[in-house]
Ligand binder design. Sequence first.
Ligand code: GTP
Ligand code: MG
Length: 333
Amino acid sequence: MPDSPNPSEELELDTLPGVGPATKQKLQEAGISTILDLATAGPMDIADAVDIDMSKAVELNNKARKKLVELNRLEPDFINAADLLVKRKAIDRVSTGSKNIDDLLGGGIETWAMTEFYGEFGSGKSQICHTLCAMVQLPRGAGGLGAGAVYIDTEGTFRPERIAEIAEARGMDADKILSRITVARAYNSAHQELIVKDLGKVIEPNGVKLVILDSAVAHYRAEFLGRGTLAERQQRLNRFMHQLLRTAEVYNIAAVVTNQVQAAPDTFFGDPSRPTGGHVVAHTSTYRVYLRKAGKNRVARMVDSPYHQERDAVFMLDEKGVDDPPEESTRKK
Ligand code: GTP
Ligand code: MG
């Protein structure tokens, strides 16, 4: 990732009361360079960085959040519902490339939120991620936000060629589209955590409004084997997922994560697939979308959302990436 330019002065760590040069240096050495980083960091990470106890770390984190509230970059803890409605108007949407999925999501992927796509292999999770990287760059009013994207690739499945193909099929300049996507290959769970901590360095300088994490849980599943490690795995995953969610909220970006499924042995009726990551991922994701194959088509379903109807949206994968199937193939016979 490129180095960030100097943070604007109002976000300098030492503008916070109680943060002197020594604390500032320790935080910076741990990759916490601005007040935005400090507000998105977990208290445990702050405690480790500065070598202070948890209560002091929580205090520091709160100071950073308070400062962001003063700077109007974060909503206060107590907020009038009318003000919250005004704030929520700042939420933007990015088209997925399929009108059917956009309708399902209420207009596209939301910023200030984390959207999870889960489903079996080949269900289209990575294809949705690739398509979104091009769509977010379209101008406002045309489905995008005229913004850049970050793609965190944990499985080595990111393909710039595929994005070039999608961009061209959609009449966009492939080179320009690729130049606004920052890719980070995460080799293990610790590396993945480090990359997410460093996101602040690329989000503002590159005008990023979309952060993809494909996939969220795979490294944790591979590294923490056996029942005995489950508690630690879930704890690490919980910290990590919250860091990503806070990043989405502080920067008002759309976070999109993918997740595999595993068979639930206790299911006797219906679909036995369950997303991995258990309650941690379920509770951190703002929206969860289940993808499955249906012949040549794919079906997306919004899961557990109090705000959306539970219904299916049919889509397909073609040279445009995610696309709507021709009318006749979705019409009910
Ligand atoms: P896993 O990561 O293995 O869990 O699966 P996934 O859900 O990420 O699947 P992915 O999004 O990679 O979807 C794979 C499917 O996308 C393939 O089965 C193809 O149907 C389709 N696909 C992938 N690449 C292309 C392409 O270049 N052109 C077209 N038309 N379809 C493609
Ligand atoms: Mg994939």
